[in-house]
Ligand binder design. Structure first.
Ligand SMILES: [Zn+2]
Length: 306
């Protein structure tokens, strides 16, 4: 994907916690890069792909007190990330650009239906972080906390997506992850998250919520090159077929069945599904991309999830 060189970036939509918190998270304590047994269980139960705290619906598993406060320091980001040109050359700035674009789209989309979108910052953290949903370590993966309406991501997850999950990676893959988390924010604003009663199983509300977030990510992608942000120009210049193929490749590696089979001991147990199968995740992301219409993302009404 390519960013528009001249479009401006808004770093105020990101809260950079990395300079204050870093390095003492669960991952480091559990031994440099590898996940410990406890970490693994929490990881598979809670996270799989984003939305962990939202999916869990409680602060019980995987969330505990971490003493690391974390102070926002956006000095470096605001220095480095000024325009799409910076997004084309610097990883952090590309993520800022994606966040700006995703929120720009939803702001417009809400306005079209007479609603007001409330901006949600993404926190870049390292190791562990405190949230209104409790403290979390990197092991839970990227997540959205409905309690404070903020997205949290340890950027090392994107590396892990390639090394552990075997995804090809790329900027648009990361955009898909972030857009999925903002999908949860949209669900929170629309009250959809409150409809979740059943939290596990192949047709559970939790799975429907996750697949809808995938679909919303696709809807944004459909509009990404035409959504103007605050500078008046679309931030995203192009998304290639190869970008989309890579995102679908990533989606296929974070389905419940793939994770259970390839990373979780080999046995597929549908009763434990929280996010949907790989095929379903690909299907709903594609539905969003092709239609560009959030109304086509009603996974709660769908009799056949794919
Ligand atoms: Zn999710």
């Amino acid at each position: 994907m390519e960013f528009n060189d001249d479009a401006g970036l808004d770093t105020s939509q990101v809260e950079d916690l990395r300079s204050s918190g870093g390095g003492v998270g669960g991952r480091v304590l559990l031994g440099g890069g590898g996940l410990g047994v406890v970490g693994l269980i929490i990881y598979f139960v809670m996270s799989q792909f984003g939305g962990g705290l939202l999916d869990g619906g409680s602060t019980a598993a995987g969330i505990s007190d971490v003493s690391n406060g974390g102070r926002v320091d956006n000095a470096r980001l605001s220095q480095e990330c000024k325009t799409g040109r910076d997004a084309n050359t610097k990883h952090d700035c590309a993520l800022v650009a994606v966040i700006n674009s995703v929120q720009g789209y939803w702001k417009d989309e809400f306005a079209r239906s007479g609603r007001t979108y409330q901006q949600a910052p993404t926190n870049f953290f390292r190791g562990n972080v405190n949230t209104a949903c409790g403290g979390a370590t990197s092991d839970v993966g990227p997540f959205y906390c409905p309690g404070d309406s903020e997205v949290y991501v340890d950027l090392s997850f994107f590396q892990e997506l390639q090394t552990r999950f075997g995804a090809e990676g790329g900027t648009f893959v990361e955009a898909y992850v972030l857009a999925h988390e903002y999908g949860h924010h949209v669900q929170n604003l629309l009250g959809t998250s409150d409809r979740v009663r059943t939290r596990r199983g192949p047709t559970s509300d939790a799975v429907r919520l996750e697949l809808q977030a995938d679909c919303y990510a696709g809807v944004w992608a459909n509009h990404a090159t035409t959504t103007p942000t605050s500078s008046g120009q679309p931030l995203i210049k192009s998304i290639s077929q190869d970008d989309i193929r890579r995102a679908l490749d990533a989606a296929s590696r974070i389905g419940d069945d793939f994770i259970q089979r390839e990373l979780g001991g080999g046995r597929v147990d549908e009763s434990q599904f929280t996010h949907g199968t790989s095929a379903q995740r690909e299907k709903w992301f594609t539905t969003g991309i092709k239609s560009g219409n959030p109304a086509n993302c009603d996974t709660f009404k769908a009799s056949n999830l794919g």
